[in-house]
Design a protein around this ligand. Structure first.
Ligand SMILES: Nc1ncnc2c1ncn2[C@@H]1O[C@H](COP(=O)(O)OP(=O)(O)O)[C@@H](O)[C@H]1O
Ligand SMILES: [Mg+2]
Length: 371
């Protein structure tokens, strides 16, 4: 999968910007605050349909405008596809694929697959379980369209079920209705857990091999799926354990007015040499772990989708030491990569054998540098 061209209008600090990309390496150089992350974000939005930052959709539109658009031309399985996103202030965003409007934004996931690596990704190791769930959710959604559908459905189910639990004693009819919502919760939650279990076992093996090679075979990375339901075996067993949990703890759920069990409470445990990386890993080990996770994501997407995703490296090289930098650069050969950096000289040395295109980003303007 290759991004050939991007055209962005009134997106963040960009007025009108265009870039034709190389199918190997694309380097965007610029000082701080010039629009490098904004550019990455615009490509990410064309892939996932939402930002990886914490802004609302209105904040993506240029401060002085009411409407913004991102247009990305890609080649996928030898087909040319045009992805367009239109953002309008206080309106629902619109997504067009080859000019045809999608009913739901989530339908675009899986068309342009991406793996993004930013300094913020350390939160996958150090942050709360929410960060790790987000990480696996985005990944599985890109390779399994059904998964995204299940997640949306599950979110609606928990919201509805929580309402019933909150008003359990005040609304008499809730006592009859709740068992139907228990079934929904268990059925959809079980499917999500099975998808996660399958994905995490692939991630575990692939990331362990990569980590071992980064550490010169000296250290071992282990990833475990901490399913909130319990051990994931076959579908019927999982359902049974799930029902047991909610039946045993039903009074507590009513007391708290919320669903206490299910995949919305899952986590991932990441260990190095048997010790939990979050608490005991050195900064270097944590960075290697995240690098291994990202490179593993790329391989799994390739295996499942048949084509490499595009790789977005937003200012991460400055975070890695020389050994890890070289490892990363060595392993992106054959994958279309977009790198942003403030340091042109260093990147040029690191990528001296690459076929590449270099651009400057300055105050929201992109210019190509001839090399
Ligand atoms: N909606 C917006 N309209 C105009 N400018 C914006 C908007 N959102 C962010 N910016 C500006 O974008 C700049 C930051 O861009 P960013 O891509 O994060 O920089 P960097 O090159 O350091 O990655 C800041 O100057 C910020 O004020
Ligand atoms: Mg930035």
């Amino acid at each position: 999968m290759i991004v050939n061209k991007l055209i962005i209008k009134n997106y963040r600090n960009f007025k009108e910007a265009e870039a034709e990309l190389n199918n190997s390496l694309n380097i965007f150089i610029g000082d701080n605050g010039q629009g490098k992350t904004n550019l990455m974000e615009s490509i990410y939005i064309a892939s996932i349909g939402r930002t990886f930052r914490l802004n609302s959709e209105n904040e993506l539109i240029n401060f002085f405008e009411d409407k913004s658009s991102v247009e990305i031309h890609i080649t996928k399985n030898n087909y040319n596809i045009k992805i367009q996103i239109i953002l309008e202030k206080n309106k629902k965003k619109q997504v067009f694929i080859n000019g045809v409007k999608l009913d739901k934004t989530s339908e675009m996931i899986g068309i342009l697959n991406n793996v993004i690596f930013t300094p913020d990704d350390m939160k996958i190791i150090k942050g709360s379980p929410v960060e790790r769930r987000k990480f696996i959710n985005i990944d599985i959604s890109q390779i399994k369209p059904k998964y995204k559908y299940l997640l949306n459905k599950y979110k609606k189910i928990t919201t509805e079920r929580n309402m019933l639990l909150k008003n359990y004693y005040t609304k008499y009819e809730n006592k009859d209705i709740i068992s139907i919502w228990n079934d929904y919760l268990v059925n959809t939650g079980t499917e999500i857990s099975l998808y996660r279990d399958e994905y995490i076992s692939k991630l575990k093996n692939t990331a362990a091999n990569i980590y071992s090679s980064i550490s010169g075979n000296k250290e071992k990375l282990d990833i475990f799926y901490l399913s909130n339901i319990g051990c994931i075996t076959d579908r019927e067993e999982v359902k049974k354990t799930f029902y047991d949990k909610i039946n045993k703890n039903f009074n507590n759920e009513i007391l708290r007015g919320t669903s206490l069990y299910g995949p919305h409470k899952d986590d991932l445990i990441i260990k190095i040499n048997g010790k939990e990386c979050k608490y005991f890993g050195s900064q270097g080990q944590q960075r290697s772990a995240i690098l291994a996770l990202k490179l593993a994501e790329i391989e799994i997407i390739k295996e499942e989708a048949g084509e490499y995703p595009i790789l977005l490296l937003d200012d991460v090289l400055s975070e890695l030491d020389n050994k890890r930098k070289s490892y990363l650069i060595e392993h992106i050969k054959g994958i279309q990569t977009i790198i942003t950096s403030t340091d042109e000289l260093e990147l040029n040395i690191l990528t001296k054998n690459f076929n590449k295109k270099i651009f400057n980003i300055n105050e929201g303007k992109i210019s190509s540098i001839l090399n």
